[in-house]
Design a protein around this ligand. Sequence first.
Ligand SMILES: [Zn+2]
Length: 380
Amino acid sequence: MCTEDQPCYKTFSFRVKDAKGLVVLGNGVNTVWNYANEVSGKSAQRGRRWVTKKQLRDLTKGSSKELGLPSQVIQEVIDEFIDKRAQAGKPRLRWRASRGPRRALGWIPFTNQDIEIEGSVVSLRGRKFRLWKHRQIDGRIKSGNFSQDARGRWYCNIVCEVARSTTNRTAVVGFDLGHKTLAKGSDGTELEQARFYRDMEKKLADAERRGKTRLVKTINAKVKNRRKDTFHKFTREVVDRSGAVFVGNISSAWQVASGNGKATHDASWSMLRSFFGYKCDHAGVAFAEVNEAYTTQTCSCCKALTRPKGEQDLDIRQWTCCECGAEHDRDRNAATNIARLGCEALGLQWPRSPSVHAGEASRSVPGHPHDTAAKCIRRY
Ligand SMILES: [Zn+2]
């Protein structure tokens, strides 16, 4: 997540049409990675100082021709290895196998200096690959990679620095995430229950039983694509008409532990939240995750904890507040509370009139919502 003065990045992914040459390059990358891994592991056995980036670069000098890899790519692999090693805090990482059942999915990193794009052809240091270029690239190219998915398809992912836009929209919307409806908005919008996986479950089990590996992979990819497509469309539509978006911080891990595994797996709340997060960021829309504790029990009109708690009430969708008499839809009430809490957290003024559900917040803090938003956003 970037703040106001940090640049904003966008990744463009294109499927590669003729990926034959990439497999060889990918194997070369694995060789470099495994070599760095081995040297690093040995250096740690010998003494306290692990092999450095510079030493690895010197050691791999001149290997470009034999590996069939551009020397810049070799450097990129080493840089990435050093970064991952620092993250993991250990000298030796996992090997990148080029074949066999534990084969690593292909990956070839590059920087903006290594590639040139002309129309739908990308050339990596002189090697040309054709892409299915379904959209235009905007912004300044920074870096990227070629990557392979479980089905063996290759993609070219290009990371670009883009300008962050701003908005003067004032509509505030909160979302309560759940099982029955995947997301229920404080303005009444909703994303229906997710059945991407469960709709395909029978087919998948059948394919697995018959040992159809390819079909299993295809079905899994289909489930994933459908989910992503639905989420992209939903979040785009919401972000394009809002000035601030808030979502509850419901945790998948906790839900799985409490026996809602399948439904939770299908819901992928974290994916939905991350789509909201980066889309809001690019559009200059305020965004935050809100602690959803008590948001279902609190009356969004009078803020009293009037909804009875307990297991037996889980199915109650409608309830009436015994303090102020307001009638509530369970999820929409929670979403309204989330929107209010989000406004409070970011210093935006939540409308006091109890009848307003859609939420038109006026900003008590002058200036761009991001000034305050950035401080409160939780990293994901
Ligand atoms: Zn009330």
